[in-house]
Design a protein around this ligand. Structure first.
Ligand code: NCD
Length: 337
């Protein structure tokens, strides 16, 4: 704990300016590479800051000058829809200059390509880099060459910290708390960086996590994750506050992990019959992209229990909060002028 107080000026929905100290006292954020690097105060500061920034999206002019004159590079070396667009909008709403750099298809070997890219970005004077890569550890590698905040937008099977944070934000908004919530994660946990970040973030904030998946889609040494593992989907549903579904990541499967997609849908997929087993107030989440008809049916995805599009909308506010705290945190930069 630095013991410092970050006082930020905000403008509320009525347009009047006030001062809040919701982020007071947390250790300053330097990078956002892994949930493991965060403590409870930092996660709370990100969620509280996102809460304040969310109202900017409701304004006719969705822009504040907070990061004017700062340059954020979105370095996406793997496919992305939501995360990429959301980081782009987040930086633009804070008035940063944004460079969207797509390195996919480069024939240079991965290590060299990353080093050369980093040195180029350094020479160009970027102030922060958002990186997505198919290689676990790419954000840590980048940090070796670049002394600016690095935000991990998903690296291999390793981490996806902003997805976990936007999910916590969505759970907190719907259910009013994180501590004591029972969250069931169902699906392809083996290949999922979301699951790794999600479990760490939920445990950190005092939620209880239960995993359910075909044995072949559970990671080896899952016991070391320190969470319960269930084996029967129907039996695990009634206790949950949140059902978090994961996509079957066929592009990462180089052998048959499940007999067939039809079989997976029958045994592990969530349709309206299974939805009825959840508590009435429980919500259904999915990070997207969804495989409708496999892990989730269309009716469940479109039902009023699913908060999947809200997750996307909340992603912008949470990413704005991360950029704000990394680039302007610790100063008196205005959030909502
Ligand atoms: C996830 C990802 O890329 O890890 N999607 C996302 O960022 N919203 C999950 C996935 O690809 O299934």
């Amino acid at each position: 704990m630095s013991g410092t107080t970050n006082t930020t000026n905000t403008t509320n929905t009525t347009g009047t300016t006030g001062t809040t100290t919701a982020t007071a006292g947390h250790r300053p954020l330097r990078d956002l590479i892994s949930v493991e690097d965060l403590d409870v105060e930092q996660v709370t500061a990100i969620l509280d800051t996102a809460e304040r920034l969310a109202e900017i999206a409701a304004r006719p002019i969705k822009k504040v000058p907070t990061l004017r004159g700062r340059t954020v590079c979105n370095l996406f070396m793997e496919d992305s829809t939501r995360t990429r667009i959301s980081f782009d909008i987040a930086a633009k709403r804070l008035s940063a200059d944004v460079i969207n750099f797509s390195a996919k298809g480069s024939s240079v070997s991965k290590g060299e390509s990353l080093k050369d890219t980093a040195l180029t970005l350094k020479a160009l004077g970027v102030d922060a880099v958002v990186v997505r890569s198919a290689s676990s550890g790419a954000p840590i590698q980048l940090k070796r060459y670049l002394d600016v905040p690095i935000l991990n937008a998903g690296d291999g099977w390793h981490q996806h910290p902003t997805q976990a944070l936007l999910d916590l934000y969505t759970m907190r908004r719907h259910l009013g708390r994180l501590e004591g919530l029972k969250v069931g994660i169902c699906g392809d946990i083996l290949h999922s960086r979301v699951a790794r970040s999600e479990v760490q973030a939920l445990k950190l904030m005092g939620a209880e996590v239960v995993l359910v998946a075909p044995p072949t889609l559970l990671p080896p040494k899952v016991e070391s994750w320190g969470v319960e593992v269930a084996h029967d989907v129907d039996a695990f549903l009634p206790d949950l506050d949140v059902l978090y579904l994961l996509r079957v990541q066929r592009e990462r499967m180089h052998r048959a992990f499940v007999p067939s997609m039809r079989e997976y849908a029958r045994v592990w997929g969530i349709g309206s019959d299974r939805l009825a087993r959840l508590k009435p107030e429980a919500i259904v989440m999915h990070p997207g992209p969804m495989n409708r008809g496999i892990e989730i049916t269309g009716d469940v995805a479109d039902s009023d229990r699913a908060v999947i599009t809200e997750q996307v909308a909340n992603g912008t506010a949470v990413r704005m909060a991360c950029l704000y705290l990394l680039l302007a945190g610790g100063t008196d930069a205005e959030v909502g002028a």
